[in-house]
Design a binder for this molecule. Structure first.
Ligand SMILES: Nc1ncnc2c1ncn2[C@@H]1O[C@H](COP(=O)(O)OP(=O)(O)O)[C@@H](O)[C@H]1O
Ligand SMILES: [Mg+2]
Length: 227
């Protein structure tokens, strides 16, 4: 099935002077500062629920990193509800899931995007066993290869409270960013997210407050201290 791309959602590219784009640049700077002296190359985005803006934030941050001259790759590890490809590639026929299932070699899943300096690994065919695939040694080996080839590896994942996948990736990432839809997250969920991340010794770098009203914040995305 062919899907339409929605390049217009990449605000960093279509409207770089807007306050929204400025917010992603601020997020990028904050991440750069919080990782000074540490080897933070693999950054994962998650949230407690779907629809809070993980994919939107991961995509725009990845574009912002590429625009700043970092060789960046965006990996769609939301194997259950993949959507990164909608922003770039016309289809999601093969990708991470197929690679992990040993169906195709790495060169066939890395795609160029219309953004200079930004590559993409789409999720690929939705597998019945995504948590198992992500736990495989092949996933660790893939991240090692990507760390060698790129300056930054940005990973999109499913909501952390729904399935084990995000926790599995969090254990392998250098840093985790939690996307929270402004006014939506319940305190009880926030505690559960923190516990899930702590269980795998994840490095929670910060929280992105998304979809905030401009009257409440300067812009849509805001980077706050994690602890
Ligand atoms: N900051 C934002 N500004 C405008 N639209 C947004 C923003 N964040 C998310 N959206 C929109 O909200 C919907 C859900 O976002 P998405 O990133 O797909 O959520 P998730 O990946 O967490 O399920 C999408 O249609 C997306 O385009
Ligand atoms: Mg998503």
């Amino acid at each position: 099935m062919q899907q339409q791309t929605d390049k217009s959602l990449i605000l960093m590219d279509t409207n770089p002077e807007s306050p929204y784009s400025e917010a992603y640049r601020k997020l990028r700077t904050n991440i750069e500062f919080s990782s000074v002296g540490k080897d933070v190359k693999v950054l994962m985005f998650t949230s407690s629920q779907k629809g809070e803006g993980k994919t939107h934030t991961a995509v725009n941050l990845a574009v912002s990193l590429a625009q700043a001259g970092k060789r960046t790759i965006l990996v769609d590890a939301d194997l259950r509800a993949p959507s990164v490809h909608r922003y770039f590639a016309p289809n999601n026929l093969s990708g991470l899931a197929n690679y992990l299932a040993m169906q195709i070699p790495l060169e066939q899943i890395i795609m160029d995007t219309h953004i200079p300096g930004l590559a993409l690994i789409p999720a690929g065919a939705t597998p019945p066993n995504s948590a198992e695939l992500l736990t495989m040694r092949r996933m660790d080996a893939l991240l090692d290869i990507l760390k060698e080839k790129y300056d930054m590896v940005i990973i999109d994942t499913p909501p952390i409270l729904k399935v084990a996948d995000a926790q599995i990736v969090a254990a392998r990432a250098d840093g985790v960013l939690l996307v929270v839809e402004y006014g939506k997250i319940k305190q009880e969920w926030a505690k559960k997210v923190k516990t899930s991340l702590a269980q795998v010794n994840a490095n929670l770098l910060g929280i992105v407050i998304n979809k905030a009203n401009r009257s409440d914040f300067d812009a849509t995305a805001y980077y706050g201290a994690a602890r």
